[in-house]
Write a protein of this length. Sequence first.
Length: 139
Amino acid sequence: MAFNPQSLARQVVICSDLHAARDVEEEVLRVTRALGYSHECSFAIRLALEEAIVNAHKHGHRGDSTKRITISYDIDRQRAVVRVRDEGPGFDPAAVPDPTNPDRISLPCGRGIMLMRAYLDAVTFNDRGNEVQLVKENR
């Protein structure tokens, strides 16, 4: 699934602060629970959303809390689509080293994208690399 730049139903803009992100995460999870998503699906969405927000704050904004993170989502009974965009310069996701390589296995970073891809049905990035689209089918 390619990155789809079409607008999503709901959008929330927060300061680049991990505490501010908690309310948005809870809001997204309330919607998934109300629509009958399983515990496993909701867990996958939460994990991926947390990783995406941490990446936006840590890598996109370099911890600068004056910048903004935009979280957009559209969730129905079949599928959850969530996007996280930062104001940073972006990056090339293909250039991220594989964290399971023996020379990187002991490093404490680099696993966020791998986790998102493991738990979700699709993880795509915009051309600039400053917005990630997360998709989870409700099965």
